[in-house]
Design a protein around this ligand. Structure first.
Ligand code: HEM
Length: 170
């Protein structure tokens, strides 16, 4: 192993874990904060919770998600983990990203239509976040052996076909 690689892996894994703690904590806190949006509260209280929700989403949770994904992507290549548990993990990361986008949509709706819009009960977004987080942690910490992904032969071998357009020669 190249001398710098263990150092880089330790650094990137530390950044990955710190960022994903902030990401997941933010995604779990936001639905609870949204449930405290009460347009009947005084405008000062309402403004405070609305600002806190917006800041938590825009300044903490979304940047942390980007850092976690970027550091995780580098780790794939540093650790050369091209294995089925990682692909399964990425499927649940996609579900977590979808939950992130949904919560962002709720934050926006609450800000834009404070009188009309009522966010869903907080257990729904908390479940949408909790299920992928638990699945990801089980996959990444357990690293289960899934064996080979069954793929047909034609997907495993070069077919010797030509692209339908000219490509530059090396
Ligand atoms: C696109 C997003 C992500 C990518 C590409 C990614 C990729 C990776 C890779 C390649 C590793 C190193 C695995 C190893 O050293 O064997 C890792 C470690 C880890 N990841 Fe992620 N990850 C992502 C998101 C997440 C999320 C959302 C969570 C948690 C909810 C998470 C939890 C962890 C944990 C706990 C470790 C440390 C595991 C260990 O050292 O045994 N990751 N990640």
């Amino acid at each position: 192993m190249n001398g710098w690689l263990p150092v880089l892996i330790t650094l990137f894994k530390g950044v990955h874990i710190a960022a994903l703690i902030l990401w997941c904590a933010g995604l779990l806190a936001l639905p609870l904060m949204l449930s405290r949006h009460d347009p009947d509260a005084t405008s000062e209280d309402y403004g405070r919770i609305r600002r806190a929700t917006h800041m938590t989403y825009a300044i903490l949770t979304t940047p942390a998600a980007i850092v976690a994904v970027v550091a995780g992507t580098w780790l794939i290549f540093f650790r050369e983990v091209f294995v089925p548990w990682l692909y399964a993990k990425l499927l649940f990361v996609a579900a977590l990203a979808a939950a992130h986008a949904w919560i962002g949509h709720l934050v926006l709706q609450v800000a834009e239509k404070p009188e009309k819009y009522r966010p869903p009960r907080s257990y729904l977004p908390v479940t949408a976040v909790g299920i992928p987080v638990i699945a990801i942690l089980m996959l990444v910490l357990g690293k289960p052996e899934f064996g080979e992904i069954p793929l047909p032969d034609w997907l495993r071998e070069p077919r010797g076909g030509q692209l339908p357009f000219d490509v530059p020669k090396r």
